[in-house]
Design a protein around this ligand. Sequence first.
Ligand SMILES: Nc1ncnc2c1ncn2[C@@H]1O[C@H](COP(=O)(O)OP(=O)(O)OP(=O)(O)O)[C@@H](O)[C@H]1O
Ligand SMILES: O=c1[nH]c(=O)c2[nH+]cn([C@@H]3O[C@H](COP(=O)(O)O)[C@@H](O)[C@H]3O)c2[nH]1
Ligand SMILES: NC(=O)CC[C@H](N)C(=O)O
Ligand SMILES: [Mg+2]
Length: 533
Amino acid sequence: MTEPLENSIHAGHDLLVVLDFGSQYAHLIVRRLRDIGFYSELHPYDVGPERLMELKPKGLILSGGPASVYESDSPHLDARIFSLGIPILGICYGMQEIAYQLGGKVECGDKREYGHATLQVVEDPADGGALFHGLKTSCSVWMSHGDRVISLPEGFYPIARTENCNYAAVYGQPNAHASVLAPIYGLQFHPEVSHSEHGTEVLANFCRAVCGCRGDWYMEAFLEEAIRTIREQTGEHALVVGALSGGVDSTVAALLVSRAIGDRFRGIFVDNGLLRKNEATDVMAMLRDQMHVQVDCINASTHFLDALAGVTDPEEKRKTIGNQFIKVFEEQARKISADFLLQGTLYPDVIESISHKGPSATIKTHHNVGGLPQRMRLKLIEPLRYLFKDEVRKLGLVLGLPAEVVYRHPFPGPGLAIRVLGEITSERLNKLREADAIFLHELRRAGLYEQIGQAFAVLLSSKAVGVMGDFRTYEEVIALRAVATSDYMTADWYPLPFEVLRRISLRIVNEVSGVNRIVYDVTSKPPGTIEWE
Ligand SMILES: Nc1ncnc2c1ncn2[C@@H]1O[C@H](COP(=O)(O)OP(=O)(O)OP(=O)(O)O)[C@@H](O)[C@H]1O
Ligand SMILES: O=c1[nH]c(=O)c2[nH+]cn([C@@H]3O[C@H](COP(=O)(O)O)[C@@H](O)[C@H]3O)c2[nH]1
Ligand SMILES: NC(=O)CC[C@H](N)C(=O)O
Ligand SMILES: [Mg+2]
């Protein structure tokens, strides 16, 4: 993701660069730092000193990683980086890499160490104490390693130990080692995980006391800068078009652009006939009347439903819907001669695309508008490109977005089409809409909506026999799905109270005609996915 600095937000903030050696916690480090007010970005471990000098970070953090430094194909830092005069903090593999490169020794330990350990800060002979300044001298930390440093490079000494690890934290004095021009710290434990007591304070000490960062990352400041950048990017006259779904990402992106350029932003909300009950009206009222965004609702439901007639395969549904969306967007953009396209790309999408871990298997083709730019030759605006979802939510609140929009459950682009299993007809869509509305209403009434990551009803593709008022029925089955999740990558089914389930089940079979049976989905992700198709 090498891109010109003037287009990014490095320029305005003290930057900390985290170099990714493949740890599953690498982006957690970035998130922790941002949470405590220090702007940070993830870059690949082999970014090189030239690019780093352009980025001008005030500090470098080397992440952990699955490899062992002494193996032949393990990832290594360009050694010139040690001489850039930038303070460095190595975490786990990062610390082992520092030792390995500067003349210390790392070997495979006889005991692996996972989980809690008690850290003891040791007597400090010089000035390596900045990292633990103001903290207890004994605290609990979280370890996850098999290798260990057995001798330190010249000019380095230990500043903390645990029972199994003499070098749980180490310090290298500037100039004590030939190629070290700024302070270097190493931690064998993981300060970024919440199980490490004082982990956040250790990171904060590194940023503030060692690197001299001011802690200038907060949403109000970001908002002002983002608005300025969008104005510069779009000039005086250009029009920007953006697809809006009422979901938090596209709504926050649209508010930002509207703030910056007013009615030169034109939002398009597509009623594709696959929306939830009252969704088109509610979303339009929120965007237009409440948030004063210029947005048109395009009713394309006949096109979508016609195209979906007879389609039952989940991937074919997604493709059909994606094509229909593109058609609508192209037509609208042509009509108003827009120059820019707004997209709600988030930082995890960017990280994913630079990951050196290689491509992963396609489970589902998630529809988004990513297919648009090449075909329309519109220039892209992606104001949320450096933000995580929780930062987008914070920004939404700063922009005055009501909490119910900010904390709304996500809703997939293909909508109810992937929740009506099997054939999609208006009649079946309507049954699902009614059942889904009852489910969500009862969750809100029971005060459970906010605790659940996502909840919805699914109309199954098989029918069930039942008895209603002495008559035999043979009707549709509804499955209820509610999951607890923070990132939607993994999820657990939510243990809804029996009384709530009982009320929902009773209401759906009584109020939605053509449905005679309700089941509750008790599958986590993995092995299930959140949606059924
Ligand atoms: N009905 C729609 N009309 C116009 N654009 C849509 C519609 N549904 C989806 N999109 C576009 O597809 C993008 C991807 O949808 P996605 O659901 O991933 O994000 P979101 O709706 O913005 O946020 P959330 O993840 O909270 O639902 C949206 O940001 C929006 O640009
Ligand atoms: O915009 C989208 N287009 C899609 O095709 C799509 N499929 C799933 N989802 C949403 O992604 C999250 C994870 O869903 P899965 O566990 O089903 O993959 C959940 O939040 C799902 O609702 C989609 N969103
Ligand atoms: N978590 C890590 O960074 C592990 C580093 C190295 N692979 C070890 O086992 O010690
Ligand atoms: Mg959505």
